[in-house]
Ligand binder design. Structure first.
Ligand code: GUN
Ligand code: ZN
Length: 472
């Protein structure tokens, strides 16, 4: 039946009910109004973080029978036990998700939308992988229609996987970024993105210049930064594909627009690090290259950092820059094992990232599951295994929600259910598959339930995604 016919039929039934059962009709009308405009109580188990589990004694709030109360403005009003919140809000519409778990929408701290179509490209490590697969793929994004099609698929995958915010690399083409922001705006989704700046060591068809990269990035900042929920990131791809002149331009943009982001890669692969030393012989290391162009500060996000030295972790902490930990990518490209405990020791902000298409899944749950394995392997290969602890599920859920929000300097907007935050959230179903159901039934603690979800779960466990209170 067509939507129009269905609406007519519904209206006819409502009219008939109004005559026959006036009380029910009134109630139904009120409910419809509340559905569209009112405060809504989402009843489920509800979990969110208030601190870092590695640092804080009681880092989360968890309500086994809880309510997340969302206002008509799409913002969190409150969260708490169902009995208390419902007693205090008797006229609100209740959406019953009992048996499921509501958590804040996942945040992907590093991902490449143009690489959606090349996930799972075989056999290479970083530098060969870029030349063989990545650059030819990214060439196509000079065509805006093409970019729009991929952007739509990409945003659809984020939503399916419960990801409501992402820090995204486009390609060198400004139209790739327009396409992404336009697509995200159709869902009112918070996306941080930027045009890649690269003026050397890539095929000619992907190169810009210091001047054009500056002008194009500036125009994009003026067009998109803080428009709706969009935010802009100045995006030099990585040190090897930018001349010192271009990195100077990136620094100039950050000076001119202090509240934009800086997004790049660092210390992912040993050959890459050696190459950076050749290209910047006067530098004291990979991070020093970026530091010397003024690129490290709050809202600077470095993907990977697998092989960072201890003094580099200390430097990141002192500048307020963050790392995106991308476990599926680091395993897939054979890059190495990130030392999360070093980051913790130095107080460096970390968010979880998928790094699709080197990363192998859009799923935050899958990414957390692989992060656990990376940390297990790190312990196996370190000289000081006794000092290394396994990655808890509490910590990995933190890294994909509040931790990532802190890494992106967005803690006052997303990542937790603090009153006034934007109500981006996910409804997870611990019984989504037969195996999940079978295994979850044996899980006795919250930590075990989360660990089972991240070990066995994927997009099938994401029952619903809400963006600013709107069901997707
Ligand atoms: N370093 C520079 N470019 C890239 C990229 O596209 N993916 C990854 N994983 N690392 C990079
Ligand atoms: Zn990347």
């Amino acid at each position: 039946m067509s939507k129009a016919r269905l609406l007519c039929l519904t209206a006819a039934i409502a009219a008939a009910m109004a005559t026959t059962f006036p009380a029910q009709a009134k109630k139904q009308q009120q409910q419809q109004q509340q559905t569209t405009y009112g405060t809504v109580a989402y009843r489920a188990s509800v979990l969110h973080f208030t601190g870092d589990p590695a640092v804080t004694q009681q880092p989360y709030e968890y309500y086994e029978d809880g309510v997340l109360l969302v206002g008509s403005d799409g913002k969190v009003k409150t969260v708490g036990p169902a009995s208390t919140v419902l007693a205090a809000n008797q006229n609100v519409q209740v959406v019953d998700y009992r048996g499921r778990l509501i958590v804040p929408g996942f945040i992907d701290s590093h991902v490449h939308y143009p690489q959606t179509e090349m996930i799972g490209s075989f056999g290479e490590q970083l530098l060969e992988w870029l030349n063989t697969y990545t650059f030819p793929t990214e060439k196509q994004f000079g065509n805006k229609d093409y970019a729009r099609g991929v952007a739509r698929t990409f945003i659809g995958e984020l939503v399916k996987n419960g990801t409501t915010t992402a820090l995204v690399m486009g390609t060198v083409h400004p139209e790739s970024v327009d396409a992404l922001f336009e697509e995200a705006a159709t869902r009112n989704m918070r996306i941080i993105a930027g045009k890649v700046m690269m003026d050397r060591n890539a095929p000619d068809y992907l190169l810009d210049t210091p001047e054009t990269s500056y002008a194009d990035s500036k125009a994009l900042i003026q067009r998109w930064h803080k428009r709706g929920r969009a935010l802009y990131a100045v995006t030099p791809r990585f040190a090897p594909t930018s001349t010192p002149e271009q990195l100077t331009m990136a620094g100039k943009l950050l000076q001119e627009y202090p509240d934009v982001y800086m997004h790049t890669h660092i210390s992912e692969n040993k050959s890459e690090i050696a190459w950076v030393q050749e290209l910047f012989p006067a530098s004291a290391g990979y991070l020093d290259v970026y530091n010397s162009f003024g690129l490290s500060r709050k809202r600077s996000v470095y993907a990977h950092g697998v092989h960072l030295r201890e003094d580099e972790f200390a430097s990141l902490a002192s500048t307020g820059a963050a790392i995106a930990f991308c476990p599926t990518s680091n395993l897939f490209l054979g890059s190495g094992l990130f030392d999360l405990q070093q980051a913790e020791k130095h107080g460096v902000k970390v968010g979880m990232g998928t790094d699709v298409g080197a990363g192998t899944s859009f799923s935050a749950l899958r990414t957390m599951g692989e992060a656990y394995k990376v940390i297990q392997l790190h312990k196996a290969f370190t000289d000081t295994p006794a000092d290394k602890k396994p990655l808890t599920a509490l910590k990995s859920f933190y890294l994909s929600t509040l931790g990532a929000a802190r890494a992106l300097d967005l803690e006052d907007k997303i990542g937790s259910f603090k009153a006034g935050n934007e109500a981006d959230f996910v409804v997870l179903n611990p019984n989504a598959t037969e195996l999940l159901k079978f295994r979850s039934a044996k899980a006795t603690s919250l930590e075990e339930k989360l660990f089972v979800l991240q070990t066995l779960g994927d997009d099938r466990a994401v029952e619903r995604t809400y963006i600013m209170g709107k069901r997707q």
